[in-house]
Design a protein around this ligand. Structure first.
Ligand code: HEC
Ligand code: HEC
Ligand code: HEC
Ligand code: HEC
Ligand code: HEC
Length: 217
């Protein structure tokens, strides 16, 4: 009776096993590596924009308040991105001949807002609300980084669940006085109330702040 598994079968088995091991590491990488890599979290992402809008110029140099352009950040879940009419309150007089602003003027004449590409975006199954964070002393730069110094808007946090939870477990060190929340250059000083004082002043309840239903409703 001829052998059922000849020498060739051995070779095939080895090749098969190798391929299986390779597939295993690839799968392991996909499951473990990709969610943690910058490729996936897009941590330093700077998407292309229709106009090279600079927070460094508008906030850092000119001192324009965030709420002038992101007018709903205190009152709603969304901060909102400004309509072209908001740009034109200044740019109908300033830099009216500038080439970089040509798309802004065209958008205004056509009554069609510019289409800004999102820098920060959560999956639909996550619930987030700006107004509660603003009401409880979390400043914009805690989550959006040193935006007042950015010539182009770059993503400063990875937006993973872990990132949200790290702060929800112990928000105290991330809080600041109410009148400094929109200050893109704020730094803690000796006069800043302590983390415990701020937690008490804002009546923050950390006990249930990590419940799944806070963010998944
Ligand atoms: C003069 C108007 C203006 C002011 C003032 C302004 N912004 Fe913006 N902001 C924009 C525009 C336009 C965009 C969209 C283009 C971009 O992403 O750079 C934007 C985008 C952003 C984004 C990214 C939004 C996204 O796509 O996810 C964040 C975060 C942000 N701004 C925060 C701030 C903060 C914080 C302040 C105050 C310190 C501020 N902005 C002041 C106009 C403004
Ligand atoms: C409150 C006034 C104000 C508003 C509103 C405003 N800008 Fe400006 N913008 C300025 C000033 C002032 C400068 C000059 C900045 C500097 O050099 O410090 C400027 C400069 C610019 C420049 C650079 C122009 C150049 O030739 O270098 C661009 C691009 C620009 N703004 C786009 C926008 C867009 C887009 C919006 C709307 C989302 C907007 N601006 C809203 C005041 C404003
Ligand atoms: C606790 C973290 C946190 C704080 C504080 C925060 N943001 Fe955001 N911001 C986010 C997240 C997360 C998103 C993406 C939201 C989404 O996709 O639903 C976002 C999105 C944005 C956007 C894009 C448009 C929108 O409404 O989604 C703008 C503009 C913005 N933030 C501006 C601000 C400004 C201005 C402040 C300060 C008043 C601020 N943010 C404070 C986390 C924060
Ligand atoms: C830098 C700190 C910080 C980060 C980062 C942060 N949060 Fe918060 N969050 C807070 C604080 C402080 C509160 C207010 C808690 C309170 O009301 O006592 C809060 C409240 C909330 C609430 C309302 C809770 C309620 O009881 O109604 C939601 C929803 C929420 N956060 C979602 C998120 C999500 C989603 C992320 C990540 C994308 C996030 N937060 C990141 C500090 C943070
Ligand atoms: C403070 C806000 C917050 C809380 C509390 C929270 N999550 Fe999440 N969760 C997120 C965010 C933000 C993401 C999106 C992460 C991403 O896109 O990388 C997420 C993603 C997930 C996912 C998708 C898979 C993954 O890991 O990316 C699952 C499943 C999940 N959460 C389950 C839970 C469970 C179970 C709890 C309670 C033990 C919980 N979450 C509590 C913010 C939260």
């Amino acid at each position: 009776m001829p052998a059922i598994f000849g020498p060739r079968a051995n070779l095939l088995t080895n090749v098969g096993l190798l391929a299986f091991a390779g597939l295993g590491s690839l799968t392991a990488f996909l499951i473990w590596g990709v969610p943690r890599s910058q490729y996936n979290t897009q941590q330093s992402l700077t998407p292309p924009q229709p106009v090279p809008f600079s927070h460094k110029h508008h906030v850092g140099d000119d001192g324009i308040d965030c709420r002038y352009c992101h007018s709903t950040v205190e009152i709603s879940a969304n901060a909102g991105v400004p309509a072209t009419a908001t740009c034109m309150t200044c740019h109908s007089q300033l830099f009216t001949q500038s080439d970089v602003l040509a798309p802004v003027r065209a958008s205004y004449l056509q009554h069609k807002n510019l289409r800004w590409n999102r820098v920060y975006a959560l999956p639909d199954y996550v619930y987030f609300d700006h107004s509660i964070h603003v009401a409880k002393g979390v400043g914009c730069t805690e989550c959006h980084g040193p935006i007042g110094a950015m010539p182009l808007t770059r993503r400063a946090s990875d937006l993973t669940m872990q990132w949200c939870l790290d702060c929800h477990r112990d928000p105290g060190p991330h809080l600041r006085p109410h009148d400094q929340e929109f200050n893109a250059f704020w730094q803690r000083t000796k006069e800043t109330p302590s983390a415990d004082q701020l937690v008490a002043a804002y009546h923050i309840h950390t006990a249930d702040l990590t419940d799944c239903t806070v963010c998944h409703r």
